[in-house]
Design a protein. Sequence first.
Length: 681
Amino acid sequence: MTRPGPAPSRIVIQDVSPQIEGGRHPVKRVVGEPVLVGATVFADGHDRLHVVVSHHPPRAAGSGAKGWIDVAMTSVNPGLDRWEAGFTPATVGIHRFEVQAWIDHVATWRDATRRKIDAGVDTPGDLLAGAGLLEGLAELGPKREARALRAVAAALAGGDATIVTDDEAGRAIEAVAQIALRRSDAASGDTLTVAVERERALFSSWYELFPRSTWTGSPEPRAGTLRDVIDHLDEIAALGFDIVYLPPVHPIGSAFRKGPDNTGGAGPDDPGSPWAIGGPAGGHTAVHPDLGTLDDVVELAASAGALGLDLALDLAFQCSPDHPWVAEHPEWFRHRPDGSIQYAENPPKKYQDIYPLDFESAAWRTLWDALLEVTLFWAERGVRVFRVDNPHTKPFPFWEWLIAEVQKRHAGTIFLAEAFTRPAVMRRLGQVGFTQGYTYFTWRTSKQELVEYFSELASPPSADEFRPNAWPTTPDILPEHLQHAPLEAFALRVVLAATLSPSYGVFGPSFELGETVPVHLPEGGTREELARSEKYEVRHWDLADGRTLRPLLTELNRIRGEQLALHTLRTLRFHGADNDALICFSKTAHTGPSSDPSDPGRASVLVVVNLDPHGTQGGVVDLDLWALGVDPDRPYTVTDLLGGDTYTWSGSRAYVELDPGRRPAHVFRVAQVSESRETSP
């Protein structure tokens, strides 16, 4: 006769969050960013459950990292059987977690027996049953726990009901029993993963510049070099940025080179687009001779690191017709029926100076390996941040493989996806490993658009799979609302970018000076692109003359560095305002066991922005005081970190007025008035 095995588990574990595609991809976090785990857990009947989230940090070589760490989950909604608990990852890498549950037979027995005792029912049989339960568990548990269980079992058998009636004693023996109960009855949910990165993956400020436009000397202007960029690093660091991003620094092809404003027929002095990569001097692992040498890149990365800056380089996996690969590896390109290679198009734009690579060619494996080698080449020279050009035009499996391979060798490497495309595609890039992604912020201008879009980004599942990086403009994009606009329009847009999103970037001197003239089309109208773009010509900038956004950028970056609430997206909350030209929102810092709520850097931040760059706007804001951590029955202060003024408010409603010529926004630090201050004369 076949001996029956153990009965199937009575416990159901489902709807575990956070997860992406059933655990197919890891959710995103950075070191110190909490992971709140939720699950629906239940069983038949009325037995008590014990539920934990078990978390396993990555096992680093030689670190002596321990195994699974349990955090008890709390029943947050008993009627819906919903449980929650959190853990805070402390190391970079892939963390694993799973929800486990078992029947807590000891707690169930204690509850039932105590009800009888409270009702005056005689319980000798129940005490003996408890003794038998603990004796059985002693056989399953480690020796130390077994001794404690047997001692209590003996007391119960002798009629001692202390552990039933004394809460402290009862909870103590329940805790001891969990090891044995878990061994005998635990059910586990799926093992899920969290990709934990360094803080800069979530919180960063980018400054983009073209090396060839960095010369500021006299008397004769010339094209800048990588050495000139090194000379500008102190200035960029003083502005408060932490990533300096350079477009491609490689040789530029001559064939079909573009002239100013993306016109054809470049003249002999036109430098061409840096994205038309490759020429006689080399391809993706070479530096344009006019910019400098590989040693200059290494020194630039090291000099940036010494100032707390990361150097970001552009990964543009495409080639000019003059790229060495065109002759050496024609199998890596898509050909027309006549045998010629297909150039890039984005109708009505034509990029005859660029040949896309064919990721589905028969030689795809050697192509993929070559592109990985390109990325590793620059990572080995100190580059730990890559802005990736048009990643949505390459296969998702390619990126999933390449990013994992690079991060395996160079932990902490950041990849920013430059993809202005469909929402599902942008999310997928985040799922397969991109650290950050460009956003639709560039075109979201009305209060309703901003509220809807950023509410979506700040909430799961978006917040678990896609980290936004907000750019008001780029070398390719001058949106309509900034064409021929006053500098105040640029100011309000950068305040929104820097406070709504933990990561944002600006397109260098062009943005600082508020350049507003778009490309005018021959047939009339304009293109959503800046005229005289540095993408096609060398520019020389004078940032010392006239109005610039430099003071505002410096202040915003200072505030962002000091206020931890602005380091996150998940706590973003929008508040009411009776004027649609005013947008009001807040953020709070993540809290943990070592958090000090009195630390000014951990205060809630409340932002009010005037969306009208042309005139003063005022109105009443209606605040969710609970979201701000404010007691509604006590006064609180709001200190404008942009202007320094402090106001004392009471209740949820306050009047705000903003003149864009003086100040585009309030960035308030919110503090509850202390009891001693409140009662002092």
